[in-house]
Design a binder for this molecule. Structure first.
Ligand code: DX5
Ligand code: ZN
Length: 218
């Protein structure tokens, strides 16, 4: 069981009309990171927001901004996201040809570098960049929308990647369909950062949900 569990609420399911307040609310409710889903309507079939929105909400919390880029290409925009206030910048392995270069650029910008894999992408896609990443994000739904069901086959991928990580200091994040009922299975497989969008924002008591998620792993 992972020792240092992190909960990263995804603001994709927040009330966009009150986004700053929503960020403050999940911060005060015990979030470890704020997960920010950037979508381009090309890499994924949905559009969300970009750097102006990230800049606008930056002052509402001191918690790390975990920026998940579902955009292709990502390379031309990395510096802009760093400048907007991202702490983690995660790119998809499938989005750009030069993943290694993207990770180097992110680190060069002084940010934590993450790589994400779609459900159909094998664990081996990260094997050659294990010494170049701070975070690996396993998508447990097809990226694009909140509120989808967890894809069970991703548990064995998380296990494989956990083994590949070995004693390296890499966070293993799982994103999509995480709820109180299934977070323990993802933790058992080796994940230590848990993105949760609809499970948190669909209820009224963010603090109670975050506490229940943590409790479910104990
Ligand atoms: C999906 C996003 C997720 C999403 C998770 O493309 O990457 O972060 O918001 O939402 P839930 O927890 O509702 O599956
Ligand atoms: Zn995400």
């Amino acid at each position: 069981m992972p020792q240092d569990v992190k909960i990263a609420p995804s603001i994709l399911s927040a009330d966009f009309a009150r986004l700053g307040e929503e960020v403050r609310a999940v911060d005060q409710a015990g979030a470890d990171y704020i997960h920010i889903d950037v979508m381009d309507g090309h890499f994924v079939p949905n559009l969300t927001f970009g750097t102006p929105v990230i800049k606008a909400i930056r002052s509402y919390t001191d918690k790390p901004f975990d920026v998940h880029l579902m955009i292709a290409p990502a390379a031309p925009y990395l510096a802009e996201f760093a400048d907007a206030g991202a702490d983690y910048i995660t790119v998809h392995a499938e989005a750009d040809v030069h993943l290694h270069r993207n990770l180097q650029v992110i680190k060069g910008l002084g940010k934590r570098a993450g790589v994400s894999l779609n459900p159909s992408t094998p664990a081996s896609a990260v094997e050659s960049v294990l010494d170049d990443v701070d975070m690996i994000l396993v998508m447990s739904v097809n990226p694009g929308f909140g509120g989808q069901s967890f894809i069970q086959s991703q548990l064995s991928k998380i296990k494989k990647i956990k083994q590949m990580i070995g004693d390296r200091s890499i966070e293993l994040e799982v994103d999509g369909g995480i709820k109180v009922a299934n977070i323990a299975a993802a933790a058992k497989a080796g994940a230590d950062v848990f993105v949760t969008g609809s499970a948190i924002f669909s209820g009224d008591d963010y603090q109670a949900t975050i506490a229940a998620l943590r409790n479910a792993i104990k």
